[in-house]
Write a protein that binds this ligand. Structure first.
Ligand SMILES: *[C@@H]1O[C@H](CO)[C@@H](O)[C@H](O)[C@H]1NC(C)=O
Ligand SMILES: *[C@@H]1O[C@H](CO)[C@@H](O)[C@H](O)[C@H]1NC(C)=O
Ligand SMILES: *[C@@H]1O[C@H](CO)[C@@H](O)[C@H](O)[C@H]1NC(C)=O
Ligand SMILES: *[C@@H]1O[C@H](CO)[C@@H](O)[C@H](O)[C@H]1NC(C)=O
Ligand SMILES: *[C@@H]1O[C@H](CO)[C@@H](O)[C@H](O)[C@H]1NC(C)=O
Ligand SMILES: *[C@@H]1O[C@H](CO)[C@@H](O)[C@H](O)[C@H]1NC(C)=O
Ligand SMILES: *[C@@H]1O[C@H](CO)[C@@H](O)[C@H](O)[C@H]1NC(C)=O
Length: 564
């Protein structure tokens, strides 16, 4: 029996022996209508059935016995989110695509069908931040865990919602995520502060009237293009067209928003005029609540915030996503807005923004204190890598980690190579082997270039031991430092990451700026090779590859990027 199937059978058996009538009843209900777990009310959000906010979710996961099944279609469409029409790619015809909901502990099964006909794009869907504990082949990264899924073909991903909170799924081939192929993931669980109403995802996107694929030529040859504007949850006004995102509030009520930076190359400050924000989670990690006037949010990051409608006078307030021109180029810096309005008809706010400095930083490490405390032990393996950029022989920009820019092939994913017993890797594959189990890995990334990079690691939450500008002074925070799946390498700065080798597989680490991933800013860690090999369901990976190779044979699809 394949290890993967065995894993799911094991869950099913465990669930059968563990039946709570109320959980059973939810099995057949539509996922969106799921009731909160027993005890979780507006006045006690810390509670979750037999668990609570202090439960160590890295050790304990509720056995709900529930499987949430979804069908997603990747389509080509015309959209006009700001009134200006253009071509796009989308999930089920909308940008953002449908949100995937699950309860903490559920199994999730998603069937993805590629209907991208005219463009002949292959596809893949990555579940950003999802641990994929022993389920590496469901990570959805072309060239690493799978081949592209060809137009006309389908692929099924299976993973467990072992964490809870907010994230997104997005395409992980080329620049397709920024053509519009993404949507939210909400995993219901306890929260570190009470609120009245969950308003769901709040996507912050940058947006241009030319597609990301069209702009890539310029990005590679000249540098990051200036983008036209941005969208708040898929909408905005542009000149006299389009409409603002609006959110209705009742005086005195508090709202949870799951703010997510889905941009290709924009670092935001997010704020709501006159309202303080209480931050309760970063990525998939609940934290001790803190209050702030605005949040700094890098690409791929999430902050769950609570906002209370507590203003006595004005009915309408601007919601603002402000591109930080320190590291982002945008033609509509002051115009990416939405409206929070209390009652009556929506009017044009005449409110002013909070004061801020235009600079690309993460939220300060000292504010990001995980509720479930964890400490980091001494490194069993450590390395550093610097970050540089230069032009390749075709005079196109490529990013280098220790003089290597990633170049891998869609049709030859790492998992198939591991299955075939490959042990020698080309430098351009960016492979770093981590053979030992349950060892602490320390990776220092530093750069003397004045460009900030959001670093995203697959398969793990990593701990941030040190982060700042200038050279690292050698100090570390090892007692309950922030841990998350995406953190900023600051301009001319350093980021010291640490994680434990507790999840066999081939895991990508990359800069989440869309251009930079395509331009080779990536490494892959092969964690515990032998066990990773055992976990591969060859037929699953190979069948998808065979249909891609057949499609490619017919249409000769050209790969113009790093492969991830
Ligand atoms: C991850 O999977 C391994 C192997 O099945 C298991 O031992 C471990 O408990 C799992 N961890 C979590 C948090 O589920
Ligand atoms: C997406 O669209 C397909 C049809 O193309 C439909 O079967 C499915 O239910 C939709 N999924 C969601 C989550 O709305
Ligand atoms: C997808 O299609 C666009 C438009 O034809 C093309 O520019 C781009 O390179 C393709 N991307 C991938 C990943 O195949
Ligand atoms: C943003 O869009 C998503 C997906 O359509 C929706 O579920 C969510 O409620 C919207 N967010 C807000 C704050 O309205
Ligand atoms: C929007 O307005 C700006 C400034 O007035 C102008 O330069 C631009 O051409 C307009 N764009 C469109 C698409 O109308
Ligand atoms: C990068 O190069 C430095 C200096 O040669 C070396 O110490 C380090 O181990 C290399 N890093 C990686 C990830 O290979
Ligand atoms: C990165 O840090 C190492 C160790 O502190 C140092 O030797 C190296 O010069 C730094 N490189 C850059 C580009 O800052």
């Amino acid at each position: 029996m394949r290890p993967q199937k065995f894993l799911f059978l094991a869950y099913a058996l465990a669930a059968a022996a563990f039946t709570i009538p109320q959980l059973e009843a939810r099995k057949s209900k539509s996922p969106q209508k799921a009731k909160p777990c027993a005890g979780n009310t507006a006045h006690k959000r810390t509670k979750w059935c037999d668990y609570d906010i202090n439960t160590d979710y890295t050790q304990t996961v509720p056995n709900t016995g529930v499987t949430r099944e979804y069908w997603l279609s990747i389509d080509e469409i015309n959209v006009a989110p700001d009134g200006i029409e253009r071509f796009a790619m989308a999930v089920n015809g909308t940008i953002p695509g449908p949100t995937i909901y699950a309860d903490w502990g559920d199994n999730v099964v998603v069937h993805v069908t590629n209907h991208l006909d005219e463009s002949r794009n292959g596809t893949s869907i990555h579940w950003h931040g999802i641990r994929q504990n022993y389920t590496n082949q469901n990570d959805g990264v072309v060239s690493i865990t799978q081949c592209p899924t060809a137009p006309g073909s389908s692929i099924t991903y299976k993973w467990r919602a072992a964490q809870y909170g907010s994230s997104w799924y997005h395409s992980h081939i080329g620049l397709q995520a920024w053509e519009g192929v993404f949507g939210g993931i909400i995993i219901n669980g306890p929260a570190s502060k009470n609120y009245d109403v969950d308003k769901g995802m709040l996507f912050l996107n940058d947006w241009s009237h030319r597609t990301a694929d069209e702009l890539y030529t310029y990005a590679q040859a000249v540098g990051p293009p200036t983008l036209d504007t941005g969208l708040i949850n898929g909408t905005n006004k542009y000149n006299d067209t389009g409409s603002y995102f609006t959110m209705r509030a009742n005086k005195g009520e508090s709202y949870r928003l799951r703010v997510l930076n889905a941009a290709i190359d924009t670092h935001w400050k997010f704020m709501i005029d006159n309202h303080q924000l209480t931050v309760i989670a970063m990525d998939f990690v609940p934290i001790k609540p803190y209050t702030t006037e605005y949040i700094n949010i890098g690409m791929g990051q999430r902050y769950d915030i609570i906002v209370t409608a507590n203003q006595p006078n004005a009915r309408n307030h601007w919601i603002r996503a402000v591109p930080q021109t320190d590291c982002s180029e945008n033609d509509n810096v002051e115009g990416i807005k939405g409206i929070l309005h209390y009652y009556g008809k929506v009017g044009t706010p005449n409110t002013s923004p909070w004061q801020f400095d235009d600079i690309c930083l993460d939220e300060d490490m000292s504010k990001l204190v995980p509720i479930v405390p964890k400490s980091v032990s001494a490194a069993g393996w450590d390395a550093m890598t610097d970050v540089t950029v230069s032009k390749n022989t075709n005079n196109l920009f490529r990013w280098y980690l220790n003089s290597t820019t990633m170049q891998v092939e869609w049709e030859d994913p790492t998992l198939l190579q591991i299955h075939d017993g490959t042990t020698e890797w080309e430098a351009s594959s960016g492979v770093i082997e981590l053979p030992n189990a349950n060892e602490w890995v320390y990776l220092l990334i530093n750069t003397s270039m004045p460009v900030a990079h959001p670093i995203h690691l697959h398969g793990h939450d990593f701990f941030i031991l040190a982060q700042g500008t200038g050279p690292w002074d050698g100090t570390t925070v090892t007692s309950n430092p922030p841990r998350r799946d995406t953190a900023l390498l600051e301009s001319s700065g350093y980021l010291l990451m640490a994680w434990e080798t507790d999840n066999p597989g081939a895991w990508l680490m990359h800069c989440h700026i869309g251009w930079h991933t395509s331009e080779g800013f990536a490494l892959q860690f092969i964690e515990r090779y032998d066990e990773a090999k055992e976990l591969i369901n060859y037929d699953y990976v190979n069948d998808n590859c065979q249909s891609w190779i057949e499609y490619d044979g017919e249409f000769s699809i050209e790969q113009e990027d790093s492969g991830v």
